[in-house]
Design a protein around this ligand. Sequence first.
Ligand code: HEM
Length: 61
Amino acid sequence: MARAMGVPNFGVPATLAGLSDGVLRATVENGKGRMMPSYKSRLSPAEIAAVVAYIRTLSKH
Ligand code: HEM
């Protein structure tokens, strides 16, 4: 399903290499493309920062 939707695989280091924390934050806040919803009204700024930090851990070994 994820593949069909084109969701990025954060377990692959190359996926995150080109994405700054600012881009990750903006993507969570505003959503992206036709499939990914905005989380701005559902997560606080601190929660969004925590999500960005968590995404960074996914491709570390
Ligand atoms: C809090 C949960 C989520 C986080 C942290 C998250 C994070 C991200 C990030 C960082 C990207 C990559 C942005 C880029 O390449 O510039 C992305 C893309 C995407 N996400 Fe999410 N996402 C979440 C939830 C979702 C959900 C619920 C869906 C769909 C039901 C979704 C669908 C997508 C899709 C389809 C893309 C690719 C969009 C495109 O390149 O046009 N995401 N997401």
